[in-house]
Design a protein around this ligand. Structure first.
Ligand code: 3MF
Ligand code: MG
Length: 344
């Protein structure tokens, strides 16, 4: 029995459209997805602000809160929690050149409006934090803005969010590139530095996405460990990624099983989840997947996580200790391989 609770976002079930071709599956209604997530055993839902309140630009602040309250009722009826709300700052024309780091004052104001509305929605849904995936924060043309100015802009924007609400936590989902060419906050190291520079570091932490770590050329388990060392791993986005190329969001563990094992291991060894953290998934179905299999990648990811959890439970720490004492890492490595292949 898994000791972890899982979360997922509505965007994890999608129609299969990509930059090179149209949809290959039917769109599924948000509430139907959420009902199915509950049935599959997820405990919480991750939301973008406009997943929670579609067409958010068309409503007043009060109307937005009212719509969020309706959604809360639906979640309650399914015994689901809301994990976080993330301002979607990459679709609207105002966010063409980023939000918090936009050089247009009007577009910056728009980004802050979305951040404040995300906090309002989180409060209505009972979610403790907002997540900032800084999609377009950085440059497409390196000379178009100063990285010093942009970094300071990120800190001051987060400070405004912390001031707006005395309880809300801000969780940065780092990513080194895509859709931006050069991002400002690429890794957990960057996130920890930004956190320390804010007015309330305890409320600013990180979301490690496995694929984003790989895109940075880093090991996802070590990124998680780094944030855990500072008590700042607020959530995770588990998935997998074949090397440094486009962001693939493959099912958890399918590309690099040992790397996935070590992610589960670092989470388990450090009591992740004991303060209400969820094991979040951020996975995409393949374009070839049929309508009837629209949720299979999510089930597979959860199943793989649980199977790896069992492997971690069986991990022989006495043997590991002996190997470390003898500096026999050949034996330790072979033991891990055998464990993963079901040979021990
Ligand atoms: C992109 C992502 C995003 C974020 C999501 C929540 C669309 O690489 O990972 O998924 O996770 O926006 O902030
Ligand atoms: Mg993600």
């Amino acid at each position: 029995m898994s000791q972890f609770k899982f979360s997922v976002g509505p965007w994890n079930v999608h129609s299969g459209a990509d930059a090179y071709g149209p949809a290959t599956r039917k769109e599924i209604d948000r509430d139907e997805k959420i009902r199915k997530f509950a049935e599959m055993g997820f405990s919480a839902i991750q939301f973008h602000d406009d997943d929670a309140v579609p067409n958010i630009n068309d409503y007043t602040e009060e109307q937005i809160k009212e719509k969020a309250r309706d959604l809360r009722k639906y979640l309650d009826s399914l015994n689901l929690k809301a994990e976080f709300v993330a301002p979607r700052l990459w679709m609207d024309p105002h966010t063409k050149d980023g939000g918090f780091m936009s050089t247009s004052e009007e577009d910056y104001e728009y980004a802050m409006w979305r951040a404040y509305r995300s906090i309002d929605i989180a409060n209505e849904l009972g979610a403790p934090m907002i997540v900032l995936w800084l999609a377009r924060e950085g440059t497409l043309c390196a000379e178009s803005k100063s990285p010093v100015w942009a970094t300071k802009r990120l800190v001051s924007s987060i400070n405004k969010m912390l001031e707006y609400d005395p309880k809300i936590k801000v969780c940065i989902e780092s990513k080194p590139n895509e859709p931006i060419d050069r991002s400002i906050c690429g890794t957990m190291g960057h996130v920890m530095a930004i956190s320390a520079a804010t007015i309330d570091p305890a409320r600013v932490g990180g979301n490690v996405e496995s694929a984003h770590a790989v895109l940075s050329g880093l090991d996802p388990a070590n990124e998680m460990g780094f944030a855990l060392a500072f008590n700042k791993l607020f959530t995770v986005h588990l998935n997998d990624q074949n090397s440094i190329r486009f962001d693939q969001d493959k099912s958890f563990g399918v590309e690099n099983l040992r790397q996935a094992f070590n992610q589960v291991k670092v989470l388990k060894e450090n009591g992740y989840g004991s303060h209400g953290e969820y094991v979040g998934l951020d996975v995409k179905a393949m374009r070839t997947t049929r309508d009837e299999d629209s949720y299979k990648h999510l089930q597979n990811s959860m199943d793989i996580f649980r199977m790896l959890e069992e492997k971690v439970d069986r991990f022989d720490y006495d043997f590991q200790k002996k190997c470390v004492e003898n500096r026999d890492f050949e034996a330790l490595e072979m033991y891990v391989m055998k464990l993963l292949m079901g040979e021990v």
